[in-house]
Design a protein around this ligand. Sequence first.
Ligand code: ZN
Length: 410
Amino acid sequence: MHDATNRGAEAASWIDRLAKISEPGPGVTRMPFSEEHRRVLPLLTELMQAAGLDVTMDAAGTLIGRRDGPAGAPVLLMGSHQDSVREGGAYDGIMGIVLPALALGALRERPLPFAVELLAFADEEGARFPTALMGPRALAGSFDMAALDLTDADGISLRRAMTDFGLDPDALPGLRRDPAGIMGWIECHIEQGPVLEAEGEALGVVTAICGIERHSARLTGEAAHAGTVPMALRRDALAGAAELVTAVEARARATEGLLATVGALRVQPGVVNAVPGAVDLTVEIRAPADALREAAGAELTAEARRIAGARGLGLEMSRTYAQPATPCDPGLQDALEAAIRATGGAGRRLASGATHDSSAMADLCPVAMLFLACRDGISHNPAEYCPPEVMGRAVAALVEFLARLAPRRG
Ligand SMILES: [Zn+2]
């Protein structure tokens, strides 16, 4: 455990240095293809070189540190993203570059039967441009070149930002990798939730990244004077919406693994002395299995119809967005669990409710994720914190994982 303590302190020191490269203000703000992105590259290069990796950058702005394996050996991909949300934390993303680098540094003198590439993607959060995951999508061949015309808040296109950064956007299609030579993708990330901390576990193995669907609904009743229309004669759209909100909550509470949220609600006319005539609301559903999510979406739509019918309200409801779940590779999950157990953890399995670079990497190769406990489940916030001892345990588990892993082809 002494080793893990030292490695945790070393990880914390790298995280501190990297977090200082930020726009001014609370927490970390590091947008893709920005001055801060440019300034973080030398430090990430230093980190990768200290692990014995050869460092290059591809046309998507992904910094790549590589260690070769035996001739013709497959490659294991590891990493995460360098960017943050506005006023985000010091761990989300960049920790997934620091920890594998330290693990690879510890294994520097030890031959491995495969090559390793450590990837620091430019843009996962989508905080600057209304698109994200360009780095992994370019590798998977799933990047839509039309996204290059999207602009940031200052009207600068993605293409222009990349060109100014010294990149050649037209070279993106050429980044596509052949899955045949790739063993898989491993991403370390803070949990961004409270589960591991509550159970006293430092590390967890992700089973799947949840699929997401979103619905928009409009309930229509009749706006009326709050003092003159008797209760029995009202068609109150908000009272119906309230019933739907609690039905959404109850459905998710009753189903293991299901998350459902009414996150936005707009009331018309929205004044103190009027019976609400119309309500627009959103329903978002997440689940690690698509069948579970789709069943919940269909049932909640039927429940909304029942509520509207019983109250004499009009209802328009439609699914506006759907993204399937990304299952993690069973073999890589087992290997991560074995490494966690070998270093003193339980190897708790849990689903990821948030999207990650792994979501896009899954189009290229088998993926797996190692989650680290974070304080109070807080992320996307300057208060985000992962204790050094948790990071030390993750480095120890990654060393164990890499040392045990047998080469295989994707
Ligand atoms: Zn992240």
